[in-house]
Unconditional design. Sequence first.
Length: 498
Amino acid sequence: MVYITNLSDHVDEEVTLKGWVYNYRSSKNLYFVELRDGSGICQCVVAKDAVSDDAWEAAEALRQESSVEITGKVVEDERSIGGHELQVTDLNIFQVAEDYPITPKDHGVEFLMENRHLWLRSRRQWAAMRVRNEIIYAIHTFFQERGFVQMDAPIFTGNAAEGTTNLFETEYFEEEAYLTQSGQLYGEAMAMAHGLIYTFGPTFRAEKSKTRRHLTEFWMIEPEMAFYDLDMDMDLAEDFITFIVNRVLDRCPKELDILDRDTSKLCKTAEGGFPRISYSEAVEQLRSDEMAEMLDQMVEDRKQEAEELKEEREEIKKEHGQAKKWRKAQIDQRVKEIGMRLDEIEEDLRNIPTWRESALNFEWGEDFGGSDETLLTMKYDTPILVHRFPAEIKAFYMKRDPEDEKLALAVDMLAPEGYGEIIGGSEREEDLDTLKKRIDEHDLPEDVFQWYIDLRQYGSVPHSGFGLGLERTVAWLCGLDHVRETIPFPRMMGRLTP
Ligand code: 4AD
Ligand code: MG
């Protein structure tokens, strides 16, 4: 089989492509078919006098998403989508598609989500899934090259790893069971057997939050390392993200282009050197005059930008009446873009006062909200690492800071450009009695944790790890607004189909 992505190996040859009609138009004795085969898109030109009557009739019958087999000669054509064109000699139909619900016009996101099984075929969705695939490949490459062993944690569990408030309960024969929130506790047992391990699996959170960062089912990558302290944990997290970003920049330029991703900040991230600040410093930053000034400036900048955009819109609208057809289309496009940007600005102008309020009144001991995370990363181009959180707001298994008992040796990595937390990790409590005390303090049942407590009895060692949320990483690298477009079939509150 020849795939569109490999057409450069077949220039001037006759090949047969199999795929679906992405788009088509006709002019008299010509049909232009944009064929999509999963690997890419290629324009196929059907000339009436170059094909049999049957093939011409087949071309006339084509509809969007009809499945076809097209034979023709590959020619280089820089202007053509994908850089090649197929001069068609034969065309056979597998199936003529019914009227396809997703057309080039704008559809609302709810409609697209209802048709997710078809929406996956669209170009931007295609590009996002390719980036997701590259990230997954990069993750395995990174760990495998460093001697980590990939091991799987169970999905049915009897215990809660990350707090009891967002567990999905299920029945396990006669027993009560939960869907796992994290593979970490099992990861710790596996690290005591293999030293360096990582899990890569689905995790579940019954989160009743309908935000752009939350899924109820998401994929998490959790390395766990024996003999690592918090600093080593942070070094690894930074190297890991730097590696992934480099891979995606290197291997997905086409996809990032389809997604209109501005890669300037990702290029900064690719160089590493992420700032590290303590939770307490982060709180000071949120409450600072500098933060208030930055937000006030942001409001001014947004207002100014809106003025300029409105002026531009007036100007080009005046031009519209006398403009040529191609220019009219250009103007319409620009007016649409301006409208979208103005909506964004309006939303920012509505949000900023709330963000400002929340930041300036932030109290030490609280957990960061989405807007606090956005503000904290605002002055940086790369992700930042925030470490040493109040132990009160963190999980039972985290080791306390020997310098300050109120603090947990925890770290969160916050991605820039408003993406927020992508990694959560910590050094683990390795002392038997302290761990038992924590389980007790958190009101957790000791019996289901007995195996976990055991680990502290048989050669306990300092150890650390972290968890990366795959979908949040995909959203960030692709520049997507919402995690629903980062996984083939997202599961969120209120969404179980398709
Ligand atoms: O910070 P979290 O809850 O950490 C853990 O689960 C630890 N056991 C990890 C470890 O130390 N091994 O979750 C880790 C990451 C978050 O930073 C976020 O990227 C992602 O998982 N995440 C979610 N992604 C999508 N939807 C949700 N509801 C998520 N909850 C967490
Ligand atoms: Mg977290």
